[in-house]
Design a protein around this ligand. Structure first.
Ligand code: RFL
Ligand code: PHB
Length: 395
């Protein structure tokens, strides 16, 4: 069966869903294809920190009611090193801005609810399997439905929002894409546990034994991460080992409450990498979010960057369809890449400042500690961290 739409969106993550809602509100029709089931995408535990501008955007789209009610507003974070906490006060350093801790899967649920009540079609368990005629007038997306039947959508444009492992980026001829990549010799072991958060604010810890991050999802659910070697197996981390190592790295002598253990609800390992594919457009295909770039999670930026891309893309489609002005589509890649590279810079800086590098000579370790002390004690340096963390203004 063949159907037609203005924009075919591949992927129902934060990028694809936000784009679908922005397009709907602008009066542009779209269809979203998602390879996984609704309950899978609504329960996938991932990011948790929303930039100031991301919160404003979701609220302005009418998808922020629960976020305003249940999201935890954070006016700062702590950097823990030298045996104590050093607070970075965002509100003071950025004229009142903050971030909001709210699970990515909650954002996804809110967007799906908003799209469903607006009648925007989302096909779950419907993987896109091939893209066609990217340089032609009407591009096509072939997909398989939950029953195994194949269908083709003819579209004015395709938005490739299908994440790092999707098919859209690979549909671009290799010679047309340049990939920039940086791997780190470690990953993050993350858990979600039913226990009260260790602290009211996030703590980013640089410890001799490795990085640790204390975050949360609610007053009764904590989200915790430990740096682990690249390629580590989950089996190497039984629950007891996780809690013991966390306590050692948090160095409870620093003061503040001790870690309260509880049932671990989810455990996973995330590799750390920086990745950018340029340009983010090929013909009538536009890549957005993780399909085009990955940042290491230390700056809490991946989801925010995905949403920033589609904000630019939605405006460009609106100008194209209603003002016959395609300049936004033509400059989409350049506009997004400026933010992408700044975010790579910030995420890589945070990663280098906070992790243990096995190859570090004592000299480099001392420079790392000097950097942390400088960031914590100099107002301009803390301000640099704060303004990037809460998110720079949109393009
Ligand atoms: P997603 O969320 O990966 O969504 C892509 C969707 O596409 C679907 N898909 C397909 N659908 C149809 N046909 C196909 N052929 C398809 N192939 C794939 C997938 O099933 C999926 O539903 O990409 P998107 O929308 O670009 O969003 C990006 C974010 O998910 C990602 O950047 C963040 O999760 C990164 N991240 C963080 N970002 C933040 O902003 N703040 C954070 O605090 C933060 N912490 C994190 C993170 C990511 C983590 N992990 C697990 C990678 C912490 C962790 C541990
Ligand atoms: C999270 O709460 O999942 C989280 C917080 C901060 C980060 C990354 C992830 O930098």
């Amino acid at each position: 069966m063949k159907s037609r739409t203005q924009v075919a969106i591949v992927g129902a993550g934060p990028a694809g869903l936000t784009l679908a809602l922005l397009l709907h509100q602008a009066g542009i029709e779209s269809i979203v294809l998602e390879s996984r089931s609704r309950s899978y995408v609504e329960n996938r535990v991932r990011a948790g920190v929303l930039e100031h501008g991301t919160v404003e955007l979701l609220c302005s789209m009418g998808a922020g009611e629960r976020l305003r009610r249940e999201g935890l507003k954070h006016g700062g974070i702590a950097l823990r090193f030298d045996g104590k906490d050093h607070r970075i006060d965002f509100e003071d350093l950025t004229s009142g801005k903050s971030v909001t801790v709210y699970g990515q899967q909650e954002v996804v649920k809110d967007l799906i609810t908003a799209l469903s009540s607006a009648g925007v079609p989302i096909a779950f368990e419907a993987p896109a399997i091939a893209l066609g005629d990217l340089d032609g007038e009407h591009v096509t997306v072939r997909y398989r439905d939950a029953g195994g039947a194949e269908h083709t959508i003819e579209a004015g444009y395709i938005a490739g929002c299908d994440g790092f492992h999707g098919i859209c980026r690979d549909a671009i001829p290799p010679g047309a894409l340049t990939v920039y990549e940086h791997g780190y010799p470690f990953g993050w072991l993350g858990i979600l546990a039913q226990s009260p958060p260790v602290s009211e604010e996030l703590i980013y810890t640089n410890h001799e034994r490795g990085f640790a991050l204390v975050s949360m999802r609610s007053p009764t659910i904590t989200r915790l991460y430990l740096q682990c070697p690249a390629g580590e197996e989950l089996a190497a981390w039984p629950d007891d080992r996780f809690w013991t190592e966390l306590r050692l790295r948090l160095d409870s002598d620093c003061g503040g409450p001790d870690v309260v253990t509880g049932p671990i609800l989810q455990k996973g390992i995330t590799p750390m990498r920086g990745f950018v594919a340029e340009p983010m457009r090929h013909g009538r295909l536009f890549l957005a979010g993780d399909a085009a770039h990955i940042v290491p999670p230390t700056g809490a930026k991946g989801m925010n960057l995905a949403i920033a891309d589609v904000r630019v893309l939605a405006r460009a489609f609106e100008a194209h369809y209603f003002k016959n002005d395609s300049s936004g589509l033509d400059s989409y890649s350049d506009t997004c890449l400026r933010r992408v590279w700044n975010t790579q810079r910030f995420s890589s800086w945070m990663t280098r400042m906070l992790h243990r590098f096995d190859g570090h000579a004592p000299f480099e370790r001392r420079v790392q500690l000097a950097e942390l002390r400088y960031v914590a004690s100099s107002r301009p340096a803390s301000q640099t961290l704060a303004e990037n963390y809460v998110g720079l203004p949109f393009a």
